[in-house]
Design a protein around this ligand. Structure first.
Ligand SMILES: Cc1cc2nc3c(=O)[nH]c(=O)nc-3n(C[C@H](O)[C@H](O)[C@H](O)COP(=O)(O)OP(=O)(O)OC[C@H]3O[C@@H](n4cnc5c(N)ncnc54)[C@H](O)[C@@H]3O)c2cc1C
Length: 392
């Protein structure tokens, strides 16, 4: 891969920087984070950010123009990730819709589905969640059992999902259901786009280790799904599910981890131990350098995956290497921060940076599991990247 950016790409970077300077919420870069104490306020704030991105033309950078996107190249998307990580831009609350559901519908949805759903995904008018995991079907996703039984033009949904991020605020769910139990387990799965605004769908928040409640148990009791909202064919939803998962696995956290490392360096410059800044202690410098080297290796791995995707046009299984390596780097970084914070850890939100360090220390535990655990990613690397024999 050529590491030099072209003039056009640098122009793109400058334009984005300028836009971020003008549009980031007031006080954001000084560390003021609206809605951190109030989940509802936080959702409103993130929806507002989604609308701002959309109005600025940055919401669907990777979407084709015909669907309202900017048709950006993969390298422009890399620049976007670098720049938004650099200013620690607010999270994109409709990431499931924009990064996974939208692209899947573009490939496999009907014309009516594209027309009905894509514009509202992009504008953030309709928020999406991903209904895959069940109490007995996580890594072994094909064991799912939430049933969809035909009732005229409709299907009645019964069963439970779990760990569904943002289900409590989502308008629609990309839902995996069981429509036939007679054959092998990968057959008989059907994907529905399901309206979450039904009394027959109830969400129960799950309290997370970070003290947040972003994800939920979701219960379906004769909830209705419509035939016109099936993606792909009845009983053949496994391929559809895997298409969405491939988009999910191609995401990388490496630039936000890099930004986190910079914040840690600043922390070490600003805080003292034994009469001198932490950044002047030899063992601190050594550990910061070690982390920096790992992050650079993570970036190179990501760039290599992007190069391959530029050739093949589709995300490959190498995304699993990105995920496992970067999750581990992030965990090492946050563990080191925890050691530096010492007793301040116990202060939680009263601690340095309003408790952000303590919250971030706990984040990698969930990230290692979300979207497929590290063990499952290692199986993918072994079988599909290294060509080793299949796990029994
Ligand atoms: C922060 C977060 C957000 C999430 N958001 C969503 C969401 O929006 N929608 C959604 O559908 N799900 C979501 N999930 C669920 C997530 O996808 C599952 O938790 C994950 O797939 C693991 O499934 P499980 O919890 O059933 O664990 P299990 O599959 O029961 O795994 C238990 C343990 O066994 C190991 N294991 C299982 N199979 C193998 C194997 N073949 N080889 C080696 N080891 C194995 C696992 O690695 C793990 O350590 C989220 C999870 C988290 C943590």
């Amino acid at each position: 891969m050529d590491f030099e950016y072209t003039e056009d790409q640098e122009r793109f970077r400058q334009e984005l920087r300028e836009w971020l300077r003008e549009n980031l919420p007031d006080g954001w870069q000084a560390g003021e984070r609206p809605g951190t104490d109030d989940p509802e306020e936080s959702v409103e704030f993130l929806l507002d950010w989604q609308r701002t991105l959309h109005e600025g033309g940055w919401a669907g950078l990777h979407w084709p123009e015909e669907y309202g996107g900017a048709d950006a190249s993969l390298l422009e998307q890399v620049i976007y990730s670098q720049e938004t990580a650099r200013v620690d831009a607010p999270a994109r609350i409709n990431a499931v819709g924009i990064d996974f559901v939208g692209p899947t519908l573009m490939e496999l949805g009907t014309d009516e589905q594209k027309e009905r759903f894509l514009p509202k995904i992009l504008s953030g008018e309709e928020l999406w969640c991903q209904g895959y995991s069940e109490p007995d079907a996580g890594s072994d996703l094909a064991s799912l059992s939430l049933s969809a039984d035909r009732n005229g033009d409709e299907f009645l949904l019964n069963g439970q999902k779990v760990w569904t991020s943002y289900a409590h605020v989502a308008d629609w769910c990309f839902l995996l259901t069981r429509t036939d139990e007679s054959g092998p387990k990968h057959h008989g799965i059907t994907v529905f786009l399901v309206d979450m605004d039904q009394e027959e769908i109830q969400t129960e928040p799950i309290h997370q280790i970070t003290d947040e409640t972003d994800f939920n148990e979701v219960f379906f009791d004769d909830a209705v799904a419509r035939e016109e909202h099936i993606v792909g064919e009845i009983d053949e939803g496994w391929e559809v599910a895997m298409t969405l998962s491939a988009f999910e696995h191609s995401m990388s956290d490496v630039f936000s981890i890099d930004q986190r490392w910079r914040s840690l360096v600043e922390f070490c410059e600003e805080h003292e131990r034994d009469g001198k800044p932490l950044a002047e202690h030899t063992h601190v410098r050594r550990e910061l350098a070690r982390l920096h080297t790992r992050i650079q290796a993570g970036k190179l791995t990501h760039y290599r995956n992007v190069s391959k995707q530029m050739e093949t046009g589709v995300p490959g299984p190498e995304g699993s290497m990105d995920k496992v390596f970067n999750n581990q780097t992030e965990k090492k970084l946050e563990n080191f921060a925890r050691r530096l914070l010492g007793a301040n850890n116990a202060l939680w939100t009263d601690g340095p940076d309003d408790g952000q360090w303590v919250t971030d220390l706990l984040m990698p535990y969930g990230k290692m599991i979300a979207g497929g655990t590290k063990d499952v990613q290692r199986n993918i690397i072994a079988e599909r990247v290294l060509g080793l024999p299949k796990d029994d």
